[in-house]
Design a protein around this ligand. Structure first.
Ligand code: ARG
Length: 464
């Protein structure tokens, strides 16, 4: 039986009827629809709409529908997941099944189901993201005091510890974990009891319904609750940040795995060959992560556009907000699984990193800093060391190979301490501020990152 046929003298156009259905995609919401329906049934019993026997029969049948699971094949006679549960409930429990929709609306149901879905996805993304970050932390720990070049403008700039570089990604992803936790607060509000738009017509205990579904509170306004999709937009935007950071990471690892850079050794498990060129090992896992990031951003944009012109309260356009949420979540979960596998197995070419960190004048700023410690004004020191670099370029050598006389020619008194200051270890040690790359500071940062990360392990899963 349809959920709304009474006032119509004829049925809908067959093509329109099929075209407007959401069951082909919203059936994945079945577990949440069941949980929300059980909470509503209990509230109906408290309000005297269902007697004890009817409540028991309803809950029993709802559990049975839950156990049967998401139907594998679409049924063209079913409009949406709410219609499916009502139809199946009546099949299993008889006429009492038609009582469940008393005092509620599909408008609040879909808003509730989607919130429960998003909450569970937040917990799953958080779990996988924490594992991914943990792979960075482990790599940073095993990198020890190995160094590599850091780039600005993609030109060699200054040496840093490999661990320092990896911890930069840890910071990005820790921010994403924080964003997910923050987003979860606004997701975790219960629309049930809002009715179609003005609030339910029955004295339902909204606090009890919210508590049963582990929501923090009932939604404060029925019009907002039934038409709000900010929580979905915010979730997909948060996923967009995760995808953005994954994409930057993927790009950098692709670059560093090239023969030209040679800093990263692609793991065979996450690479593919070429059907034409026998020698190839391609970074497909990383390229697909970079490529799929664009699709996640597109889902965020789709959500904004779907909602931007909607007057209050529920409009059927809102049905279009489901798939972008499902797709974005599935994309990011898949990306994270592969990214974690990659990050756990990837190896670094430490000798090449170390060698690259020791040349290309990346000690020039440290050399200027040494002169500054001797009392030379920085701008002048900059100029003098710049001259020395020019001399090196003419001679084809590094700053540490330039003779004392050459330095004298540049008005620099190059004593033994000056030459010592040019050594890689000294250059690293000079960046001795919190957040800098001096080994002691990096060890501190590693410890702090581990502490921050630990709070995301063991995140409780949503009860549905
Ligand atoms: N399938 C619908 C959706 O996803 C459920 C709500 C239908 N409400 C309505 N007033 N037609 O939005």
């Amino acid at each position: 039986m349809k959920m709304w046929s009474g006032r119509f003298s004829q049925g809908p156009d067959a093509e329109f009827e099929q075209w407007q259905r959401s069951f082909p995609f919203d059936r994945v919401l079945l577990p949440y629809e069941i949980a929300a329906s059980k909470a509503h049934a209990s509230a109906l019993a408290k309000a005297g709409v269902l007697d004890g026997h009817e409540l028991a029969a309803t809950l029993f049948a709802l559990d049975q529908i839950g156990r049967e699971g998401v139907p594998e094949v679409d049924d063209p006679a079913i409009e949406d997941v709410h219609h499916y549960v009502e139809t199946r409930l009546v099949e299993l429990a008889g006429e009492v099944g038609y009582k469940l929709h008393t005092g509620r609306s599909r408008n609040e149901q879909i808003a509730t189901d989607l919130r429960l879905y998003v909450r569970e996805q937040i917990d799953e993304v958080t779990r996988l993201l924490a594992e991914f970050v943990s792979a960075f932390v482990k790599q940073a720990e095993s990198a020890g005091d190995n160094a590599m070049p850091a780039y600005t403008h993609l030109q060699r700039a200054e040496p840093v510890l490999v661990a320092h570089w990896l911890l930069a990604y840890v910071e990005m992803f820790l921010r994403d974990l924080d964003r997910l936790a923050d987003c979860r607060k606004r997701v975790n509000v219960c629309p049930l009891g809002s009715g179609a738009v003005a609030g339910t017509i029955l004295p339902l205990d909204r606090e009890a319904i919210a508590a049963q579904l582990e929501f923090d509170s009932p939604a404060a306004n029925s019009m907002d609750a039934t038409s709000d999709r900010d929580f979905a937009i915010e979730f997909v935007q948060t996923l967009s940040f995760v995808a953005l950071h994954l994409s930057r990471w993927a790009e950098e690892f692709i670059l560093y795995s090239t023969t030209e850079f040679g800093l990263v050794k692609l793991p065979e498990q996450y690479s593919t060959g070429s059907s034409a060129m026998p020698q190839k090992k391609n970074p497909d896992a990383l390229e697909l992560i970079r490529g799929k990031a664009g699709k996640v951003f597109a889902e965020a944009a789709a959500l904004f556009v779907s909602v931007k012109g909607l007057p209050l309260a529920y409009n059927k356009d809102l049905q279009e907000t489901q798939q972008p949420v499902f797709w974005a979540a599935q994309q990011v979960l898949g990306m994270l699984r592969v990214a974690t596998g990659f990050m756990t197995t990837v190896q670094f070419n430490y000798p090449r990193m170390q060698e690259a960190a020791s040349c290309s004048f990346m000690n020039a700023q440290a050399a200027a800093a040494y002169l500054v410690r001797q009392g030379v004004p920085f701008r002048r020191a900059h100029e003098l060391i710049g001259k020395a670099v020019r001399l090196c370029l003419e001679q084809g050598c590094e700053l540490q190979r330039l003779s004392k006389d050459d330095y004298a020619h540049c008005s620099i008194d190059a004593d033994e301490l000056f030459y010592n200051a040019l050594a890689l270890d000294e250059v690293l040690a000079v960046h001795n501020v919190p957040g800098g790359t001096a080994p002691a500071r990096v060890r501190e940062s590693l410890q702090t990152a581990k502490e921050k990360l630990s709070q995301y392990f063991g995140v409780a899963h949503a009860c549905t």
